[in-house]
Design a protein around this ligand. Structure first.
Ligand SMILES: [Cu+2]
Length: 151
């Protein structure tokens, strides 16, 4: 018997075992984790208070100090985590997200808010610090800090 054929048997068994373990992990650990439903408390989905960020008249002017106002806000889940941006300027602006999978999906570069009254709302349901900007006017920047309610 050659050297090679002596280790072929054990190697084959190790390969089979590794496959079984890998499949088991995929089927019973990985997939349930991926398919797990995220349970969001009812009040987080229907917060009693609204939060509004105005896009001020003249925001298109790079030298104007205020554009998103307030440009940094803090909200609490279940209280005021529905944020609405209202465009009061005479030109189109965007709310373009930099952080958060769902926020980025809904608030992209083409998330245009019409002049004089266009709005965009987003319900934050995960704590974190979210930044965004206006795509055509990238000096316009804002932050939303989302916190869980205190227990
Ligand atoms: Cu803009």
């Amino acid at each position: 018997m050659s050297q090679t054929s002596k280790i072929a048997g054990p190697l084959f068994i190790i390969c089979i075992l590794a496959s079984v373990v890998g499949f088991g992990w995929f089927q019973f650990v990985y997939m349930p984790e991926v398919n797990k439903e995220v349970i969001v408390p009812e009040e987080w989905l229907n917060p009693p208070e609204k939060t509004t960020v105005d896009i001020l008249l003249g925001s298109v002017d790079m030298d104007q100090e205020d554009n998103f106002l307030p440009n940094a806000i803090s909200v609490t889940l279940g209280e005021n985590n529905l944020v609405t941006w209202l465009n009061l300027d005479g030109v189109i602006h965007t709310v373009t997200a930099e952080v958060g999978k769902e926020f980025i999906k809904l608030a992209g570069n083409a998330n245009y808010l019409d002049p004089e009254g266009g709005e965009f709302s987003f319900l934050f349901i995960e704590a974190g610090e979210y930044t965004y900007y206006c795509a055509p006017h990238p000096w316009m920047r804002g932050t939303v800090i989302v916190s869980e309610p205190e227990a």
